[in-house]
Design a protein around this ligand. Structure first.
Ligand code: FAD
Ligand code: FES
Length: 266
């Protein structure tokens, strides 16, 4: 069930450089959402700002949901300035959700603005006591808000080496899991910038690992009306397919796709 609900802001703070976390009271969306799903948010009720912004749900439960986002443009700047008590127009939960983690050893990989659905999955795995490895990448230490704890299988990377391992998330994957050193049931779950996810996809292919990727394709409506979020699927072998089979919609069929299913994350 998808709800349109006025979420009440109960906290809104900068948790790292330019990265904000907002917690809403939103009982319907909270009780019906799953890790990996998103909400489509109207940042302001001003008639000049009619476009919603999709944001992954970073946590749910106890009538609350949270989002974690980077302030990159007009909408997210409005969001960063929401006052406590403000009511925000939310539609959700939207899209599909992470699956297949109960029967696998999950390696969960987030980067940039793609950390929210990965942290949500991390929390579920901790709660269910499922052994897993968390890898998060950023450009520098200021963008991280989590400790680097290799002893707990939590690895951070930074492009400039200011925190954790110098390099990107795939450099971490290669250093801790040399080719062929994965357990048989390893599955990768990833969300981040398109170039990062393409690299994660290549790594999974090279290592013959199952891999699900949450795409952050630019969206408008969020539920299949505008056709603005198409993702090209690999052509079927017999060449016979409908337009709909060939071009998935990130909002309805995704945002999570298997790495084998799509041509590119870009
Ligand atoms: C399913 C989904 C989940 C998402 N979850 C998160 C999240 O948890 N946290 C988060 O910070 N962001 C997330 N995003 C991206 C977020 O929606 C955009 O950053 C946001 O819409 C930008 O709005 P804006 O008005 O601030 O920027 P705009 O003024 O619209 O654009 C500013 C800049 O951001 C770029 N941009 C706009 N939309 C996107 C997008 N979808 N992806 C990448 N770049 C974009 C524009 O090209 C432009 O360069 C998600 C996107 C999708 C589709
Ligand atoms: S965002 Fe409108 S169809 Fe997907």
């Amino acid at each position: 069930m998808i709800y349109r609900e006025m979420g009440k802001v109960i906290s809104n703070e900068e948790i790292a450089e330019g990265i904000y976390k907002t917690v809403f009271i939103s009982p319907n969306i909270s009780s019906s959402s799953m890790p990996g799903q998103f909400v489509n948010i109207l940042p302001s009720l001003d008639w000049r700002n009619v476009m919603r912004r999709p944001m992954s749900i970073a946590s749910q439960g106890n009538d609350e949901i949270s989002i974690i986002y980077k302030s990159v443009g007009e909408g997210t700047r409005i969001m960063a300035n929401w006052a406590i008590g403000e009511k925000v127009d939310l539609i959700g939960p939207l899209g599909n959700y992470w699956e297949g983690y109960k029967s696998s050893f999950p390696i969960i990989v987030g980067g940039g603005v793609g950390i929210a659905p990965i942290l949500n999955l991390h929390d579920v795995l901790l709660e269910k006591k499922i052994d897993h490895c968390l890898i998060m990448g950023a450009r520098h230490s200021g963008e991280h808000f989590f400790p680097h704890e290799p002893q707990n299988k939590v690895f951070l990377s930074t492009d400039d080496g200011s925190l954790g391992i110098k390099g990107n998330v795939v450099d971490i994957l290669k250093s801790i899991y040399p080719i062929g050193k994965h357990s048989q049931n390893t599955k990768i779950f990833s969300c981040g910038p398109p170039m990062m996810m393409d690299e994660v996809r290549n790594y999974s292919n090279e290592n013959k690992l199952d891999c699900d990727l949450a795409l952050e394709t630019i969206m408008a409506c969020g539920f299949g009306i505008c056709q603005g979020c198409t993702v090209e699927r690999k052509a079927e072998t017999n060449g016979v397919h409908s337009y709909r089979n060939r071009f998935a919609l990130a909002c309805l069929d995704g945002p999570i796709f298997n790495a084998e299913e799509i041509i590119s994350c870009v």
